[in-house]
Design a protein around this ligand. Structure first.
Ligand code: ADP
Length: 424
């Protein structure tokens, strides 16, 4: 039987007793009063016992009780027991999580809404110099590198920043912030010293090789030109061979020049001054027409007279490459449009051709170094496969981006989009 029914049964039985005795003795009212007061006192004693047990944390076995109180004690005891079990399980998970994050070679720091440190792993202590006592402190007050402070303030966490370790300037860190939950952020810092060293070695190697190849190439080219210009007629086989050798050394020279230009773009500091783009485009169009035997093919449309801050030499290389490609990869009869204009927040240079076009799948790949579409198609046209890589690098150094739209056999548009704050 349910405990409450038992309890009710007892009350009714006592009441019946009071009615019978009350009728026999004529003391019904005082006996009823005594019964109610007695039951009230008994319940108060039970509540008091329960309150004492629960205020002690409900620890240990519950006190002995009767009726419905035994049930109450039992249920509360069970809830406490399962809560204890859950806590233990959670504690174990947290412990495992702590151990695994502590074993991570990368630094991890949980930041609150105000950039205050909520938790950090061991690597964060070693590599970022954070102490356990720094908990609750704002991280920009502890790591004061301007690039880091600006990054945290910007709230644009799509990119990774590179900065030295605050504990050891020989260690280079790649720092990234990931947002999660309600205003929480996870800061990750990876030691990229070795990677950066290898990257630097690659850059130095390419720059040195390109530089060292220049002199022997010039000597070879010189001798070949002298041999070709000899007064005595050469046998046809030799004439053909010299022609081939001359073409190949020329190709190598272009390759070396482009490689040197690329490595300069990667290593040289930026030089910025106000560049007169309309005048520069006028010059480049003329030069390109001459270089590619394409007189009258270029239509230059200057819709703005805007100048921009940048490096004239670098911009000249980028624009010449785009114009050269438009002329190279379209028929000699078709025209090429060059437009310099402003839209909303950008200044744009469009180079539009009606040439062979580029398939959608190839578009993301053509800016890779040495990538040339369908070697058979491209081999008909001289090139190094480095032109668009140079364009991409130059634009990157000018906070600009290259947008390519193209349709096979219809033509392509290469747009250089500069932010308006480059205007001068
Ligand atoms: P390349 O020296 O081969 O011209 P680029 O890096 O300038 O090297 O271009 C890479 C490839 O992209 C080229 O080989 C060519 O196939 C393709 N490409 C570049 N510009 C155009 C264009 N305007 N129209 C069609 N294809 C192009």
């Amino acid at each position: 039987m349910a405990a409450w029914k038992k309890e009710l049964g007892w009350v009714l039985l006592l009441l019946l007793g009071v009615v019978v005795i009350g009728n026999l003795t004529g003391l019904f009212i005082p006996l009823l009063f005594l019964l109610i007061v007695g039951m009230l006192v008994w319940q108060i004693i039970q509540i008091n016992r329960f309150e004492r047990w629960i205020s002690n944390g409900g620890r240990g076995k519950y006190p002995k009780a009767k009726g419905i109180w035994e049930d109450i004690y039992y249920h509360v005891y069970q809830i406490k027991k399962s809560e204890k079990k859950r806590k233990k399980k959670l504690g174990k998970i947290i412990d495992q999580f702590r151990k695994s994050t502590d074993a991570l070679p990368d630094a991890a720091v949980v930041l609150g809404k105000e950039d205050e440190i909520e938790w950090a792993n061991t690597a964060a202590k070693n590599v970022l110099g954070l102490q356990s006592s720094d908990r609750g402190q704002r991280i920009p007050n502890l790591i004061r590198f301007p690039i880091f402070v600006r990054y945290l303030k910007s709230s644009n966490f799509n990119e990774t920043i590179i900065m030295p370790s605050p504990t050891n300037s020989h260690i280079t860190l790649a720092v990234r912030v990931v947002s999660y939950g309600a205003g929480l952020r996870l800061l990750l810092a990876q030691d990229v010293t070795q990677l950066r060293k290898m990257e630097q070695m690659r850059k130095d190697f390419v720059a040195n090789v390109s530089h060292e190849l220049r002199t022997p190439l010039t000597v070879l080219k010189g001798y070949l030109e002298t041999l070709q210009e000899l007064d005595e007629p050469l046998p046809p086989l030799l004439t053909h061979s010299f022609q081939q050798m001359h073409e190949q050394t020329e190709r190598m020279q272009y390759l070396v020049d482009d490689l040197l230009l690329l490595s300069n773009l990667e290593t040289q500091p930026k030089k910025t001054h106000c560049v007169d783009i309309p005048t520069l485009l006028g010059k480049i169009c003329k030069e390109s027409e001459n270089l590619h035997n394409s007189a009258g093919r270029i239509e230059l449309s200057l819709e703005t007279s805007a100048h921009i801050y940048g490096d004239e030499q670098e911009l000249r290389s980028a624009f010449s490459n785009l114009l050269g490609n438009a002329l190279k990869y379209s028929s000699k009869e078709s025209s090429v449009k060059v437009r310099w204009f402003q839209i909303k927040e950008s200044l744009v240079l469009d180079v539009v051709d009606k040439g062979e076009g580029i398939s959608e799948a190839e578009i993301p790949r053509i800016t890779e170094r040495f990538y040339r579409i369908d070697v058979r198609r491209s081999n008909k046209v001289a090139g190094t496969g480095l032109g668009l890589a140079i364009v991409k690098h130059v634009l990157l150094r000018h906070d600009a981006r290259l947008v390519i739209t193209s349709e096979l056999y219809k033509g392509s548009t290469f747009s250089c989009v500069f932010p308006l704050d480059r205007k001068c």
